[in-house]
Design a binder for this molecule. Structure first.
Ligand code: 13P
Length: 249
């Protein structure tokens, strides 16, 4: 069965709650489609107002992060139950910005992935190499390590429902989209890695997004690639462009 595309926005640290409502209202008619799952991952404080604004539309509101403990003395963190209590179904885990600025590691990513599944939240698990790693030719070695650790202890049934976002760090926010060949090659490599960890059936089911300067001009070529099942979009998800990316066909 063909995999349904999943096109997600990552708002990062942008949009106040009132701006979030305005943006959801603006984008609602532009992202209407049956063909793809459409998710807006927004700052924690924007989740509830964004959900209210998105009611009756095809937009799912997701989170950008989540902690791996149930509750307790973890000042400033958001628990899985806080997300499920209000109906959040998706959470971005291990974005390269969280790895770089907030000291997240493959191990904490793995703990968060396990916790998300435990609570029935679909993790959008991020991976991706730096420019140095690409230039040294170790891209796939590095990403295979990220994937193998992220999925430690995850069952095949869970893995089938996961989303992986391949985001080369050098392409994030730089206006420098990876070529379709580069993106397809790594996404195929990730799928092969999932087949090694689990089996062909799991690899066929899992959805793999590309992220990194996706825009309305680059989206169509990326999204027709055999192993690219949609995108994780930063800058362009904050404007009407996102509607064009969602309706890329
Ligand atoms: P840009 O689309 O702004 O490059 O961001 C990509 C990204 O990091 C999405 O998670």
């Amino acid at each position: 069965m063909a995999r349904k595309k999943i096109i997600a926005g990552n708002w990062k640290m942008n949009m106040t709650p009132s701006q979030a409502v305005a943006l959801v209202n603006e984008l609602k008619p532009l992202v209407a489609t049956e063909e793809a799952d459409v998710v807006f991952c927004v700052p924690a404080i924007d989740i509830i107002p964004a959900m209210e604004a998105a009611k009756g539309s095809n937009i799912e509101i997701g989170a950008e992060n989540m902690y791996f403990e149930e509750k307790g003395a973890f000042t400033g963190e958001i628990s899985p139950e806080m997300l499920t209590d209000i109906g959040v179904k998706y959470v971005i885990i291990g974005h390269s910005e969280r790895r770089e600025y907030f000291a997240e590691t493959d191990e904490t990513v793995n703990k968060k992935v396990l916790k998300a599944f435990e609570h029935g939240i679909t993790p959008i698990i991020c991976c991706g190499e730096s420019l140095t790693q690409r230039e040294q030719g170790v891209t796939m070695d590095f990403i295979r390590q990220q994937i193998k650790i992220a999925f430690l202890g995850v069952t095949a049934e869970q893995a089938k429902t996961a989303v992986i976002a391949y985001e080369p760090i050098w392409a994030i926010g730089t206006g420098k989209t990876a070529t379709t060949e580069q993106a397809q090659e790594v996404c195929a490599g990730i799928r092969a890695c999932i087949a090694e960890i689990y089996d062909a059936e799991t690899a066929e089911a899992i959805r793999i997004q590309y992220g990194g300067s996706v825009n309305p001009a680059t989206a169509p070529d990326l999204f027709v690639q055999a192993d690219i099942d949609g995108g994780l979009v930063g800058g362009a998800s904050l404007k009407a462009d996102f509607g064009k990316i969602v309706n890329w066909k």
